[in-house]
Ligand binder design. Sequence first.
Ligand code: CMP
Length: 143
Amino acid sequence: MSNRTLAILKPDCVRKNLIGTVIKHIQDASFKVLALKMVKLTNDSAGGFYEIHKERPFFNDLLAYMTSGPCVPIALEKDNAVKDFRKLIGATNPANAEEGTIRKLYAESIEQNIVHGSDSDENAAIEIAHFFTRKELLENNGL
Ligand code: CMP
């Protein structure tokens, strides 16, 4: 799985009509889209996805935000996918993100930061499986 990562275009990205714009950044950076869908997360699904943050003070706000509208999970493939994708999106807090990164360009706050990217190969595998079945990945990979 080391060449895969999971992106989520978050509800603020969808609300601002930036789906196409952000996917263009991703594809221009040579990531291949393996699978993609639009979903409205439930509290359970968002809570499971962000389980690792459940003791953090921002957890409830994070769930409210992530369930506030549809989002777009995308399974991506590229050499060094996890590392290269995190470089493309920039720091979690857009105020600290490098110029030209997706978060620097489009994000408003550390919470409403437009896009998620997996932080390790191990989590990428878990996160991709959270949204996509093996069959969906295999079918799309064969295109
Ligand atoms: P993400 O990369 O999806 O991982 C966890 C998310 O929690 C993060 O993006 C932000 O949306 C949110 N987050 C992280 N740190 C904070 C914080 N200090 N305050 C509010 N939200 C945060």
